[in-house]
Design a protein around this ligand. Structure first.
Ligand SMILES: *Cc1c(COP(=O)(O)O)cnc(C)c1O
Length: 497
């Protein structure tokens, strides 16, 4: 299977090359040239008993230049004891029509692990196929979640190093501890004085710095990023929509082949795009509900066909969805345009130059047939957490609660009673403050660890081991630097003379 660029002027390439490259040379994103047909249940045979086996089965259809042995090994090591649930991505049934897909049993307790535990292993096999010998240096600027998930994924990976910059004082105490306690010979972490934008801008400067890149080349290093537009992060996300559907059928909640709806709390449009791709491969999905927080650029887009990023940015209690440019949306635009790169180029050009674009009425009709867009503000998000807990005894984090709220609204508006799968993207313990507030507790003046204990007492669920242990792990990465020192810090980490 070949991968083609959404902007049409970069050459098609194999999945290994696309995963090494990340973004295409024409600034487009790689998409599969065709969608393989997989049907509602592609899992037959004993090797599909585990999540790892199932993942390998789905990925074989997309990553055709990987051998079966490579995919099987990569999946077996990615989805193992590092996940706290033996089924890796379990489905919980709340009421007759609602199933929740828990994507947060990985080492960092958020859904990014589903992709970032596997992606470094895919990258590693891709590098082995390259003639040239060099080491990849993954650079990340993080506002919290992605940094830790990338550190966990890349720690110990051969021929790869990872360095994470986070804003000093700009992440939660749990997030800071998660990063500064990270073990591994090949990992580095440093706080930058400034906000997230400063850290991100600084990392972009490093990629563009000719002096630094020349020095790196001398030492056989190449900079790379692990961001969510990389095909190696998207492909692993297609898997769990198939496994969840199979679990719903196996539990007798649906008949095999019966259509379901999917509701996904969305930021960069990666997770919900993976659901759309699963549908393209024959998974019987009816409506895709795209749930946003107060940064509702996608809701407006789905309702009007106009994508307008010129708007105020809000900080919310679902920070991983505080995004105004949903970079993976370009892949959907490619499909809505009828796979015409010239049209995608035009829309992206308009977005870059004037801040907005409008899709054609034919494209809008396609979009609205498939997608429903909705959003939840803070009040609605807190209400949703409370309601789900009181009604079903189910505790969800604020990101998942945005999805829950949008789903309730959709059901009221349309009367659609199709069985629905809600993607739950983070453990409630990771966002303990918001969850406790939603349940009516007073959280002021308490540190993170007493909040964890309180949430545990209130719900009878144990504090996840990966969070509880943070209290006693040594802080390894204490460094703080100025914005203009980032290149020097990176150089020291890599031992550049
Ligand atoms: C990244 C993230 C999201 C958003 O996922 P996208 O693929 O960017 O749409 C939602 N919830 C959590 C907890 C996340 O970490």
């Amino acid at each position: 299977m070949e991968y083609i660029s959404t902007r049409g002027s970069a050459p098609a390439m194999s999945s290994k090359k696309a995963i090494i490259k990340g973004m295409a040379d024409d600034n487009g994103l790689y998409v599969p040239a065709t969608f393989p047909f997989l049907g509602p249940n592609p899992f037959s045979g004993a090797d599909c008993d585990s999540y790892a086996g199932r993942a390998a089965r789905i990925l074989q259809a997309f990553l055709t230049d990987y051998s079966e042995a490579e995919l099987s090994l990569a999946c077996k090591t990615a989805y193992a004891e590092n996940f706290a649930s033996p089924s890796v991505a379990p489905v919980r049934f709340l009421d007759e029509g609602l199933a929740v897909l828990e994507l947060w049993h990985g080492p960092t307790l958020a859904f990014k692990d589903m992709a970032l535990q596997l992606m470094p292993r895919l990258l590693s096999f891709a590098l082995q196929a390259e003639r040239e010998r060099y080491e990849i240096v993954i650079l990340v600027a993080t506002s919290g979640d992605t940094g830790k998930a990338a550190l966990e994924g890349f720690a110990g990976a051969e021929r790869m190093r990872i360095f994470v910059f986070y804003p000093y004082g700009g992440v939660s105490e749990i997030q800071r501890l998660q990063m500064v306690t990270q073990r591994g010979e090949n990992v580095g972490v440093c706080a930058v004085r400034g906000n997230f934008d400063d850290a991100q801008y600084g990392v972009k400067q490093l990629f563009a710095d000719p002096h630094l890149n020349r020095r790196l080349a001398v030492f056989h290093f190449k900079l790379s990023s692990a961001n969510s537009i990389n095909w190696g992060r998207l492909a692993p996300q297609i898997v769990y929509y198939f496994t969840a559907y199979e679990q719903m059928a196996a539990a007798g909640k649906i008949q095999l082949g019966q259509p379901i709806n999917i509701c996904v709390p969305t930021g960069n449009f990666g997770n919900i795009l993976a659901a759309y791709y699963a549908r393209q491969c024959g998974l019987p999905l009816s409506k895709l509900l795209c749930a946003s927080n107060r940064n509702k650029v996608l809701t407006d887009f789905i309702r009007s066909g106009i994508y307008d990023r010129q708007r105020e940015f809000y900080r919310t209690e679902s920070p991983s969805m505080d995004i105004l440019i949903s970079s993976n949306l370009e892949r959907l635009l490619f499909e809505l345009s009828g796979r015409q790169p010239e049209i995608v180029c035009q829309w992206m050009e308009e977005l870059a130059t004037r801040g907005w674009y409008e899709i054609s009425s034919a494209a809008l009709e396609k979009l609205q047939t498939l997608f429903y867009g909705g959003f939840a503000d803070s009040m609605e998000t807190f209400t949703a957490m409370k309601e789900a807990f009181e009604k079903s005894g189910y505790l969800m984090d604020p990101h998942s609660a945005v999805g829950y709220s949008v789903l309730q609204r959709y059901r009221e508006e349309t009367g659609d009673r199709t069985p629905t799968l809600l993607a739950s993207t983070a453990s409630p313990f990771k966002f303990n403050w918001a969850v406790l507030e939603a349940l009516g507790e007073n959280t002021s003046g308490q540190d993170e660890f007493s909040l964890l204990e309180e949430l545990s007492k209130l719900t009878g669920q144990p504090v996840p081991a990966k969070l509880a242990e943070l209290n006693s792990l040594p802080e390894i990465h204490a460094g703080v630097c100025e914005k203009q020192e980032m290149a020097e810090v990176l150089g020291r980490f890599l031992g550049l003379k």
